[in-house]
Design a protein around this ligand. Structure first.
Ligand SMILES: O=P(O)(O)OP(=O)(O)OP(=O)(O)OC[C@H]1O[C@@H](n2cnc3c(O)ncnc32)[C@H](O)[C@@H]1O
Ligand SMILES: [Mg+2]
Length: 216
């Protein structure tokens, strides 16, 4: 197994490990790609490349759930590249907004990905309402060029705060304060975010199911 990606296919009868050398991270969001690279780092993958680096197109996110969108992004990248591909679909769900922006979290930032504007929209739609509860959700899908795909989900719960605080992280991190913490995700050390985040939880489930314990 040395020098190969320690991935195994969960639903494949043989459970044979993947013997190629490349895993594609099927995302065009640099903040996400950085976090996924951090999470993958301990697993000694030979080559991890992002969909952006490979010049792969960004598929339209036509799914009605995080899982459906993660699957379509992972499958598109696996089929186009010929390598296994890991996609992430994620977002912020605000209780008083009935789960919005949810799967529309990126779209609330507009075509120029202006998260100042997206966070301002969360604030204005919440108004003076007292229920500030929210969670981030993440679906991670690992797809193979032949169309096999496995999906795992994670969530982290907390509150919306205003004004935004911190300049680390990405997206909605400056207005999300996880339960049990006095700082927002954008004020946290990345390692502390990885200890509790929606993405890290989905990743733990992925590792348990899809990584070969002999090499993980
Ligand atoms: O689809 P890809 O190419 O991966 O990139 P994207 O930015 O469009 O990603 P999504 O479609 O999954 O949209 C999710 C949005 O939710 C937000 N989001 C997800 N995870 C987040 C996190 O850990 N911290 C802050 N915001 C997050 C972020 O703004 C993302 O743009
Ligand atoms: Mg997207």
């Amino acid at each position: 197994m040395h020098g190969t990606i320690p991935l195994v296919r969960t639903a494949r009868p043989s459970g044979r490990p993947f013997a190629g050398d490349t895993l594609v991270v099927a995302s065009h969001n640099t903040g996400k790609v950085r976090e996924i690279a951090d999470l993958l780092a301990p697993f000694g993958l030979t080559r991890v490349v992002s969909a952006g680096e490979l010049g792969l197109p960004e598929p339209e996110e036509t799914g009605a759930s995080f899982a459906a969108n993660a699957e379509l992004k992972a499958l598109a990248a696996a089929r186009a590249s010929g390598h296994p591909a890991l996609a992430d679909d994620s977002g912020l769900e605000v209780v008083a907004l009935e789960g919005a922006p949810g799967i529309y979290s990126a779209r609330w930032a507009g075509p120029d990905r202006d998260f100042g504007r997206a966070m301002e929209r969360v604030r204005s739609e919440l108004g003076s309402g007292r229920d500030r509860r929210a969670n981030f959700a993440c679906a991670l899908s690992l797809a193979w060029p032949d169309g096999h795909v496995d999906t795992f989900e994670g969530r982290v719960y907390g509150d919306i705060v205003w004004p935004p605080r911190g300049d680390r992280g990405f997206g909605y991190d400056p207005i999300f304060q996880p339960d049990g913490h006095a700082v927002t995700f954008a004020e946290m050390d990345p390692a502390d975010k990885h200890a509790i985040s929606h993405r890290a939880e989905a990743f733990r489930l992925l590792v348990a199911a899809c990584f070969d314990p002999a090499t993980g």
